[in-house]
Design a protein around this ligand. Structure first.
Ligand code: C5P
Length: 232
């Protein structure tokens, strides 16, 4: 099946980055001459088939005006206390111009190493079903801990790390996130909200180095990954 409906994007960038620490939110940290946020948007912005991009920023964001993303397709709106609230705010902003059946890519502002090839594969594959997400298989042995000691070993077979972008139909995703919110379920990614509605999002294998900047050491790693990829 081909993707007959238009494609949009929401970039949640309203987090404070508490685990990262520091004065500047991690999405605005410098990385190879740009900000982390600009690297995250790059593969989406360069696609001609993305009709519009909503960047969701914090209400008190003082850094966004300094970002230079020369495109009439990009708008900024204010997010909420949780990532899911921010994604909902982004979807709300699309509701005036997009159709509920259109597709939306949701991609963390803190993931600067997404490759064009992974994005292409997601866009091609997700539209064949209810939608899908980039994910990487778990490589390490997993331990469940209790009070600092191993309680048990968790079978890693069949386990994947959920990455972004994730791609769903705007209407279905908005209602899944609304439903999760009203029932008190904290959806830490879009797929979790969709799963609760009975959907089975497609796992699209992606690169393990599509990392999320979470701790200071991740920045040097991202710099290396982007330099090696040849897009810098
Ligand atoms: O905190 P975490 O690293 O999981 O955040 C993932 C993405 O969601 C980041 O790009 C962050 O800016 C965004 N976010 C948001 N609104 C929040 C919390 C996080 O847009 N309230």
């Amino acid at each position: 099946m081909s993707r007959a409906r238009p494609l949009w994007a929401v970039i949640p960038a309203a987090g404070a980055g508490e685990r990262f620490g520091g004065d500047v939110p991690k999405q605005y940290l410098p990385l190879l001459g740009r900000t982390v946020l600009e690297w995250a948007i790059r593969p989406i912005q360069t696609r001609a088939d993305v009709a519009g991009i909503v960047v969701v920023i914090a209400a008190a964001d003082e850094y966004w005006p300094g970002i230079c993303l020369s495109s009439g397709r990009i708008q900024a709106v204010h997010g909420g206390p949780q990532r899911a609230d921010s994604v909902l705010a982004g979807l709300d902003a699309l509701s005036g111009k997009a159709d509920a059946r259109d597709w939306v890519l949701v991609h963390d502002a803190a993931r600067p190493c997404l490759t064009d090839e992974d994005l292409d594969r997601l866009v091609e594959t997700a539209a064949e079903t209810c939608g899908g997400l980039l994910a990487a298989p778990v490589q390490d042995t997993l331990k469940a801990a209790d009070n600092g000691s191993v309680a048990r070993t968790v079978e890693r077979e069949g386990l994947w790390r959920a990455l972004t972008p994730q791609m769903f139909r705007i209407g279905e995703l908005a209602s899944a996130l609304h439903r999760a919110k009203t029932s008190g379920f904290l959806a830490t990614d879009e797929a979790a909200a969709m799963e609760r509605m009975g959907h089975r999002p497609r796992i699209v294998p992606g690169r393990a180095d599509n990392i999320k900047i979470t701790r200071p050491e991740d920045l040097a790693l991202a710099e290396f990954i982007i330099s090696q990829s040849g897009v810098a």
